[in-house]
Design a protein around this ligand. Structure first.
Ligand code: C2E
Ligand code: CA
Ligand code: CA
Length: 253
């Protein structure tokens, strides 16, 4: 019945504090049980293979929605959308056809679309993963390693695979203020990304202290409850308008 909803969490550039994009996060609006977390249904959808059609439709909806925001809020560069891909989707060669078609149908530029994949996806079938990564890059979309630091962290992927962004896992970001080891890991990932010419996004930024620390460390982008929780698409326009006064307060003097 497609009881799913795509929610959107803003991603902000540290330093200018501008909104640069959104991550699409799926929810199931169950008629009786209410809003169900993807952690509860994505593993099952993976197991049954239903994640493949669900993922295509999520991608379609996210691209169409963000294209409408680009027209409503023209920015340079245009606001972008990140979509998560799980292992099963990543192994499906038809994914490439769907991506091409969806970009053509929605009018979204490939530079405005990024995929997030975890390291575990790359480990399962590295040869196949490499091929799909290359073809996605040939289309022109961006590729991020999600939850960086929690998987196999095989550093060889970083130079073998054409990823452009590392996303530091929330488990490090949300504890870095209290936990010295977590802080050093965050710092090391930011340095590593910088020296390899990769962008770096911190997820799970929950308060001003996290925010300021990441800015000092030279992290490029941040996402988290401090900025906004994921929200339904129709709430985004109002949120964007309300961000400007908050942004002005956050920008360093
Ligand atoms: P993820 O890709 O690591 O997504 C980040 C998760 O962290 C999201 O949980 C988000 O709501 C949550 N989050 C963001 N900021 C904060 C914060 O400041 N504090 C805390 N405590 N949490 C924060 P969510 O939406 O429940 O999604 C969970 C996972 O489900 C995602 O993890 C992703 O792996 C998967 N997922 C969600 N949507 C999709 C989808 O469309 N396709 C696929 N394949 N997987 C999806
Ligand atoms: Ca993600
Ligand atoms: Ca994560």
């Amino acid at each position: 019945q497609w009881e799913f909803e795509v929610h959107y969490q803003p991603k902000v550039k540290l330093g200018s504090e501008n909104i640069v994009g959104f991550e699409a996060l799926l929810r199931w609006r169950h008629p009786v049980r209410g809003l169900i977390s993807p952690l509860q249904f994505i593993p099952l959808a993976e197991e049954t293979g239903l994640i493949v059609p669900i993922g295509v439709r999520t991608l379609e909806e996210a691209c169409r929605t963000v294209r409408s925001w680009q027209l409503e809020f023209p920015m340079r560069p245009p606001v972008e959308i990140s979509v998560n891909l799980s292992a099963r989707q990543f192994q499906d060669r038809e994914l490439l056809e769907h991506v091409r078609r969806i970009l053509a149908e929605t009018g979204l530029q490939p530079e405005s679309l990024q995929f997030e994949v975890t390291e575990s996806v790359l480990v399962q079938d590295p040869a196949q993963a490499l091929e799909i990564v290359r073809e996605l890059r040939a289309i022109g979309v961006g590729l991020k390693i999600d939850d960086f630091g929690t998987g196999y962290s095989s550093l060889s992927y970083l130079h073998k695979l054409p990823f452009d962004t590392l996303k530091i896992d929330r488990s490090f970001v949300s504890t870095m203020v209290q936990d010295h080891a977590a802080f050093e890991i965050v710092r090391a990932i930011i340095l590593l990304a910088g020296s390899l010419g990769l962008h770096v996004v911190a997820e799970g930024v929950e308060d001003l202290e996290d925010w300021s620390l990441l800015r000092q460390l030279g992290c490029d982008f941040a996402q988290g409850y401090f900025i906004a929780r994921p929200m339904p698409g129709d709430a985004v326009t109002d949120w964007v308008r309300a961000w400007e006064p908050r942004r002005a307060q956050l920008v360093p003097a």
